[in-house]
Design a protein around this ligand. Structure first.
Ligand code: SER
Length: 316
């Protein structure tokens, strides 16, 4: 049983690849990098995840039975280049789904993980404890590709019987890769500011609550969903999932407990409008019921772990 991870150098990929290698063996996980191949790379391929022939070859050659298709352009970057967001997010997903169809017909079925996001929601969605089934009218190209993708994966499951599973990730906080084009990324950048300059200017306003999760929880959730027995998966669009909701000033207060001189200021930009169209908190009871989802990291654990690990990285 071999696994392919696309977007392997991205925020999630760079942590999921080592976690999968630990669980399934180094020789069983193929990482697909676009250009920046990390030093500790292991079994990998280099190329464009949009190149159908390349993906077909990798899947065939390595006899891949599970794909984590993580390639994606996030919300803020996507608003700067909507065409790129469409191509990277939608185009590559359609290719993978069609390859999975071919492989199924050939008797070599593939299980797929594909990430959706809180960006699938929009200004008309109820913002507090946003339910699993609700209005999906996103205001960003990123969000549009997530809604279309959710409908697409559900369709391929129902129509072609392909086992595709998905999570609507909240903002993910992590220290291994630098922040990369998301609206929730203030909650990552803030640690760079705190450790380097003891101050940070947030591009989101005080009081902007968003659902968030620490990377360790996100990786565990992803792996638990993929390990779950198929009969436990009742949602084939994408599962609501969350750990904690907070706003920039609350995170700053928590950081001040470790770095008393730390100061936050606010200078909202175009990302404020995106954040204002997203949920403040999420109802993820379906994921909890179906396959036992439960977070381990709250705000104080996230802040403590981020400062410890990023601090070490800056010292090195
Ligand atoms: N973290 C993502 C973003 O801000 C949400 O999926 O774009």
């Amino acid at each position: 049983m071999k696994i392919l991870v696309t977007g392997a150098a991205g925020q999630i990929g760079s942590e999921l690849v080592p976690a999968l290698r630990e669980m399934h063996g180094r020789e069983n996980v193929v990482a697909l990098y676009h250009h920046n191949v990390p030093a500790d790379n292991g079994l990998h391929e280099v190329g464009d995840a949009g190149d159908v022939e390349l993906i077909k070859r990798i899947i065939k050659e390595h006899d891949i039975s599970t794909v984590y298709h993580l390639v994606g352009v996030l919300s803020a970057k996507g608003e700067k280049d909507p065409d790129l967001a469409y191509k990277a997010n939608m185009g590559t997903l359609k290719n993978i789904l069609d390859i999975a169809r071919e492989r199924k017909d050939a008797g070599r079925p593939i299980r797929i993980f594909w990430p959706s996001s809180i960006a699938a929601f929009g200004p008309t969605t109820p913002r507090d404890m946003t339910p699993q089934r609700t209005v999906l009218e996103p205001a960003t190209m990123y969000g549009i590709t997530k809604v279309a993708g959710e409908l697409m994966v559900n369709y391929y499951f129902k129509r072609y019987g392909i086992d595709i599973r998905s999570l609507r990730y909240p903002g993910i906080i992590s220290w291994k890769t630098p922040p990369g084009g998301g609206t929730t990324d203030y909650a990552v950048e803030i640690f760079y500011g705190a450790l380097k300059e003891k101050k940070y200017t947030s591009f989101l306003r005080e009081g902007t609550y968003l659902p968030m999760m620490y990377m360790d929880d996100a990786i565990r959730a992803t792996m638990e969903l993929m390990e779950a027995k198929p009969e436990r998966i009742s949602v084939r669009t994408s599962y609501n999932i969350t750990a904690v909701s907070f706003e920039p000033a609350e995170m700053a207060l928590e950081i001040k407990k470790h770095i008393p001189e730390f100061e936050i200021s606010f200078n909202p930009d175009f990302r404020q409008k995106i954040a204002d169209s997203w949920p403040k908190s999420i109802d993820d009871s379906q994921a909890r019921e179906d396959w036992g989802w439960k977070q381990k990291f709250g705000l104080s654990e996230i802040v403590g772990d981020m400062l410890r690990n990023l601090g070490k990285q800056f010292e090195a």
